[in-house]
Design a protein around this ligand. Structure first.
Ligand SMILES: [Zn+2]
Length: 290
């Protein structure tokens, strides 16, 4: 696709084979996850884990001046939020809706994901106007979830800047999840994405989850023990649970029904106990009180 030609190579590869431009190699997060495997992060968060997580979510909708009235209405955003809330409540994470804001601005309504910080892999970029938009709209703390919706998002369907430990507050404006039109609950234009699991997936990144296919059949994968190794494939509308096995030499079949896979929306329905633990550990260790 021509619009991707100016993307860094790693992002070109990601956008050509995927729909989510999450970057998977944050050195500081990987370091924290390795500590987690050794019990370091867990021991820091034992006290916090006794409580459920409370997170306030804000939605920001950016549309063109000539946008139609049915683009990401407050009713649609609220319905998407309710699905998000009900899903995460199953995993001890209580979300509340802080507000929905609309921005009518032809510059901000289109976001080009074009730049990748080579050291910590936060996706930055687009225009100075967009960075200013993020800075003036991202209220709260590192515990506050901000979801941005764009009428046009070039380079990917969605992305979320994965949580990174020890990020300075001056960089918090880069912390959020981003969706393009057509992957919101109820929007029917993106194949297999009309049931609203894209945002559930992106918020999983916000809580520190990698894709279940992270690393393919090699290495540490997603740093979670109960998600079998697999390789990335695009959604094709099927749900081959128990039969798809892209790493046949390793235990388990592909967890196609996991929210952190790329399977079609009707198939994605769960996080694992290991992923729940990871989200709680990362929240208390990295986001809480920051
Ligand atoms: Zn993703």
């Amino acid at each position: 696709m021509a619009v991707a030609s100016y993307l860094p190579q790693t992002l070109q590869e990601r956008s050509s084979d995927s729909e989510c431009a999450i970057t998977g190699t944050s050195s500081s997060l990987v370091k924290a996850l390795e500590q987690h495997k050794n019990g370091v992060v867990s021991s820091q968060s034992v006290e916090g884990q006794a409580a459920e997580i409370e997170v306030t979510a804000y939605f920001h909708v950016a549309v063109f001046a000539n946008s139609t009235e049915d683009t990401a209405t407050n009713e649609m955003i609220t319905a998407q939020f309710e699905l998000l809330k009900d899903t995460y409540a199953l995993y001890g994470i209580n979300l509340s809706l802080g507000g929905i804001a609309r921005e009518v601005n032809d510059t901000i309504a289109v976001l080009s994901v074009w730049n990748l910080d080579p050291t910590d892999t936060w996706i930055t970029g687009s225009s100075p106007e967009t960075e200013d938009y993020w800075k003036r709209t991202r209220t709260g703390s590192y515990e506050t979830l901000h979801v941005y919706y764009y009428e046009d998002l070039i380079g990917t369907a969605a992305f979320c800047n994965i949580v990174i430990p020890d990020r300075p507050k001056s960089d918090y404006f880069l912390d959020g999840c981003h969706l393009r039109k057509n992957v919101l609950l109820g929007e029917k234009n993106a194949p297999y994405r009309e049931y609203g699991t894209s945002l559930i997936h992106e918020v999983g990144h916000w809580f520190g989850l990698y894709h279940v296919f992270q690393g393919g059949c090699e290495g540490e994968g997603d740093y979670i023990d109960d998600t079998p190794a697999s390789t990335v494939t695009s959604a094709d509308g099927t749900c081959p649970l128990g039969t798809k096995d892209t790493c046949p030499d390793l235990p388990g079949t592909d967890m196609v029904n996991n929210f952190m896979d790329y399977t079609a929306d009707p198939c994605r329905e769960k996080f694992t106990p290991g992923q729940k633990t990871r989200m709680h550990d990362v929240f208390w260790a990295v986001r809480s009180g920051k």
